[in-house]
Design a protein around this ligand. Sequence first.
Ligand SMILES: Cc1ncc(COP(=O)(O)O)c(C=O)c1O
Ligand SMILES: Nc1c(O)cccc1C(=O)C[C@H](N)C(=O)O
Length: 411
Amino acid sequence: MGTTSRSTAQNQAADLDAADSLRPHLDRFVTGGDVQAYLDGNSLGRPLRVTAERMRAFVDEAWGTRLIRGWDEGWFDLPLRLGDRIGAVTLGAAAGQTVVADSTTVLLYKLIRAALALRPGRTEIVVDRGNFPTDRYLAEGIAAETGATLRWIDPDHDAGVTVDLLAPVLGDQTALVLLSHVAYRSGHLLDAAAITDAAHAHGALVLLDVCHSAGALPIHLDKWGVDLAVGCTYKYLNGGPGSPAFAYVAHRHLADITQPIWGWMGAAASFEMGQGYVAAQGVRRLLSGTPPVVAMQPMIDMLDLIDEAGVDAIREKSTALTGFAIALVDERLTDHGVTVATPRDPDRRGGHVTIDHPESQHITARLWEQGIIPDFRRPSGIRLGLSPLSTSFTDVVTGVEAIVAELEKPA
Ligand SMILES: Cc1ncc(COP(=O)(O)O)c(C=O)c1O
Ligand SMILES: Nc1c(O)cccc1C(=O)C[C@H](N)C(=O)O
């Protein structure tokens, strides 16, 4: 990119930013330091500025002066209230089905075990090799623990995980289909309604990992008939590093669902401290120990912002950002041997774009030195995470042009 005149891409990005109705929200996030372009909001979202005030007030008031009384004054039920809010704002889930707790990994463990228990006599879990490591490892661990069998599928390079791909492995032994709504590496978005129908036709349950879709695109768990879901809150819900996850259990399973980590906070009468575990009614029974109340605070602000901006408008900007990134990569990087791993059809991709090049690891390290921050994903991917409320079209140009500059450097 020339230093004296603006490139066509920069001008285009400036026009797109000027026309972007969500642009005013960019100023609501904490920025600064050495960051030139943050392209990793799908790994760790930026904090909102208002969150600093919320945290200060929490320390000074809710925690500082209400002290232990806080449990009676709202903390005890916060996992359920926040769950309902996540359900309403991002999941298309009616109240009473979503709870905040633990990490994604721990909630996935609970729900995979719960699914097996809901399908006694069935022994198979369908899982795909493109799924996030924690999902795959948990399935392996639970298979080792329970004797369940894993039926592995390989996502299609172009289409991702489809009903056609699932059909041969579904049968009367299938207890559970465990998939990610948006694939963490390729960005493929699966057709959750069609996959759920296909699994249900065989009497199997579906557990959807919505880590990479919650807050970035419309989700309709109730409408699609999904049985179980989990997601994290530190990506597009900007809850901060290690903020707790959420779990969804469809209403029709709530009376029968069981989970293997029996703690007092998921018991029917936590403060009676009686003998013998009796599970709480409803989705509260997914809890085990004391909820991480402090770590639940930041996401409240982002849920408010998502609600204000609207998930449909967020998705519209997201597909515009990813489409712009793909077009720019085609134009500027194809001649340098870069390929696009993410679907070109906007209806088939989530909020990030992954590009492949043998030098990706080195390039990503060089970009980080310049305050341009995408992700490296093995074996050869640079992942551009374009969080719609905190990423501009200009950020995309900054990132892509920095990659061009690295590839044009003399060896
Ligand atoms: C699809 C998916 N599932 C799970 C996780 C992580 O689980 P945890 O929050 O327990 O680290 C991630 C990212 O870290 C992810 O992308
Ligand atoms: N959860 C993460 C963490 O604790 C440290 C660093 C990165 C992460 C991530 O979120 C990785 C992310 N889920 C991914 O899709 O690659």
